[in-house]
Design a protein around this ligand. Structure first.
Ligand code: ZN
Length: 243
């Protein structure tokens, strides 16, 4: 089974559509979503409806959780808070119920999916350092766990710390079933590593093949939608810088 791993879509419809077209062209039959379907960008309901109908699994992200109810917003930046308040107005009761019912982690065959960390998935901590990764890897029972939340492609191996997965981003690599890896698949809708293209990964479960894909999309249209919605200007400008 060839699966697309989609992290942090964040209501960016143009990026999501471009990524899905690329993934289908590459033969992906399942689409696993690492949470934060909504937030920041201007097409939350549209993205939610697409994700809901995809064959595959979706886990809960912090923006999904916050957008699904009317709780007080704590721990979010001013721009995130503004976008979540706006997103709450865009989603139907039924769409919020779908978000609220997402589980924080899933295991699909031999692969784990989580938005933040496996040691405390609903605390929304970040896996940025070796210590963060070791805490999460200690709770990981499959060879590979894909995660999101930081919007930056990264990989950690149990006992070895951070590793460079792709020496050449254009080429795929072969994962060994003997490794225990925690892999951030990057962000579809708001990349933060200086490359504005939408990022996602393709995982071939049988062969152990893994590819990082960077897909160009209509950034200007996504930014225009943010401005038309009256969302903070910074959310539009950051897209073209990949930050
Ligand atoms: Zn996110």
């Amino acid at each position: 089974m060839r699966c697309a791993i989609l992290g942090d879509i964040h209501a960016n419809l143009q990026a999501l559509e471009a990524v899905l077209a690329d993934a289908r062209e590459c033969g992906c039959l399942e689409f696993h979503v690492l949470g934060d379907v909504v937030g920041y960008n201007a097409k939350p309901a549209e993205c939610l409806r697409i994700v809901r109908d995809l064959p595959g699994a979706c886990v809960l992200g912090n923006h999904d959780q916050a957008s699904s109810n009317d709780s007080l917003l704590a721990g979010f930046s001013a721009n995130a808070t503004a976008s979540i308040a706006w997103t709450r107005q865009q989603l139907s009761v039924e769409e919020k119920a779908w978000l609220a019912a997402l589980r924080p982690q899933r295991q699909i065959r031999n692969t784990t999916l989580v938005h933040a960390t496996l040691d405390s998935p609903l605390s929304w901590g970040y896996v940025r350092t070796n210590a963060d990764a070791e805490m999460s890897l200690a709770c990981q029972s499959t060879p590979v766990c894909f995660y999101g939340h930081t919007h930056v492609v990264k990989a950690f191996e149990k006992g070895a710390g951070e590793i460079l997965l792709f020496k050449n981003e254009e080429e795929g690599i072969q994962l060994s079933p003997r490794q225990k890896l925690m892999i951030n698949a990057g962000s579809v809708g708001q990349p933060r590593d200086g490359d504005p293209r939408a990022a996602y990964m393709i995982h071939d479960e049988e062969s152990g093949g893994l590819w990082l894909r960077r897909v160009s999309y209509d950034v200007e249209a996504a930014a225009a939608a943010i401005r038309a919605a009256g969302l903070p200007e910074r959310l539009a400008t950051r897209l073209s810088k990949g930050e």
